[in-house]
Design a protein around this ligand. Structure first.
Ligand SMILES: [Zn+2]
Length: 412
């Protein structure tokens, strides 16, 4: 089996791996100024996408810009999320060199899409493929690929612990080769219940003092997780941004959500912001949580809320995940000021950061890989892939960290 790494090797973003020159796993983009895409535009016979985040699914329509019409295989939520992201990318970058696809290409995606549930084996481009729950976001999958000679398990992004929105991964299909993500290979997450309790206590304190809490959150996964927490603790909340539509979409695929009844309750509990008649300005005076995109303050309605609440020290901004270097969220944490529309504004409101990660941490990765001591491990999707591969090797694994552009022959 030949594995060609076209993106996401020794980095996070633009994941793309070509198997046996025929089957493409993921085709993502790295958001940024400018956005980055995989190092090559392959011409696969078929495409398999593991989950609906930008760095795994964001560039898929570009594969249909020529004459080729490879089928695209994914779970139903991944399909919906990929289309949502593609339309958003068109809105941000459409018609410029920063966007490698057009509206027509996005429409073609719907024509070649083939959806599959977990544990339903299908055949494509000469390979048998099976998805299993990866516990990262709804619809996220580990991808098992069998070419008749070797069985490859591409973990994609995964979490071993339960979140409110999705259950952790439990599937451990037999495999000879593992491509394993390593986003948090040197991190020990605080227990989710502890993070949640600290978060809830902090939000409740602010609301009790009459303040407003802005909760920046990614649209996909994190927004719904925050709404589930608000409902569970009866925290009055609003939801704004792309996360609104994603929440409604996920309710159409209850089998990919851990507790659909809870998500339905969370949706009714949250007030959806329409933005009409100055609603955004008005609700920044209310003692409520406002769950809104973007998670790293790089756009979205958060850009309206932060200036409105920033000068009152009773108010609070609770970031809900890791802030990538160079993002306004990171700047806010480090300098206490926010950059909005090119203006640097001091923030007197309290700023806090919580680690609601949807990835396995060091222990989770090791526990997962312990089931694969005889397999060949290829580490990808991380800032320290080589270091993690070296740790695994020291512990007796056959592990390495390929680079972008490298072709690895496995299972011989
Ligand atoms: Zn992801």
């Amino acid at each position: 089996m030949d594995l060609q790494f076209l993106g996401g090797a020794r980095e996070v973003g633009r994941s793309a791996i070509l198997v046996n020159d025929r089957l493409l796993l993921d085709y993502g983009m790295l958001a940024g100024e400018p956005p980055q895409y995989p190092i090559d535009v392959p011409e696969p016979e078929a495409v398999v996408v593991g989950h609906g985040h930008l760095d795994h699914a964001g560039a898929v329509p570009a594969l249909l810009s020529g004459d080729a019409r490879p089928p695209i295989h994914w779970t139903p939520p991944t399909r919906e999320l990929a289309l949502t992201l593609a339309r958003d990318t068109l809105k941000l970058h459409g018609g410029t060199l920063q966007c490698p696809f057009t509206e027509t290409d996005v429409r073609r995606v719907t024509q070649v899409s083939e959806t599959h549930g977990y544990e339903e084996t299908f055949e494509t481009a000469g390979h048998e493929v099976t998805f299993s729950n990866a516990g990262h976001i709804p619809g996220s999958a580990h991808v098992l690929v069998d070419d008749g000679d070797a069985r490859l398990l591409y973990t994609g992004d995964f979490h071993t612990d339960d979140q409110r929105l999705v259950s952790g991964t439990t599937a451990r299909p037999d495999a000879d080769v593992i491509i394993c993500e390593s986003t948090y290979s040197d991190v020990d997450h605080e227990a989710r219940s502890t993070v949640e309790e600290r978060f809830v206590e902090s939000v409740e304190t602010t609301l009790w003092e009459g303040g407003t809490v802005v909760v920046p959150a990614f649209a996909i996964g994190r927004t719904q997780e925050m709404l589930l927490i608000c409902e569970a603790y009866d925290i009055p909340c609003y939801v704004d941004g792309m996360g609104k539509g994603v929440t409604e979409m996920l309710l159409r695929y209850p089998e990919f959500v851990r507790d659909p009844t809870a998500l339905r309750r969370a949706k009714s509990h949250a007030r959806f912001v329409t933005g009409r008649n100055g609603q955004r300005e008005r609700i920044t005076d209310q003692p409520a949580a406002i769950v809104t995109t973007s998670g790293m303050l790089s756009g979205g309605p958060a850009m309206t809320y932060i200036p409105a609440i920033r000068s009152n020290p009773t108010n609070k901004i609770t970031l809900t995940g890791y802030q990538v270097e160079g993002t306004p969220g990171r700047r806010l944490v480090e300098t206490g000021s926010a950059e909005i529309d090119g203006r640097v504004l001091p923030v007197s409101a309290q700023v806090e950061q919580y680690d609601f990660s949807a990835h396995a941490d060091r222990d989770g990765l090791r526990a997962f890989l312990d089931g694969y001591r005889d397999a060949e491990i290829l580490v990808n999707h991380g800032d320290r892939c080589s270091a993690f591969a070296a740790e695994l090797t020291a512990d007796g694994f056959d592990a390495s960290a390929p680079e972008n552009g490298e072709t690895v022959v496995v299972g011989e």
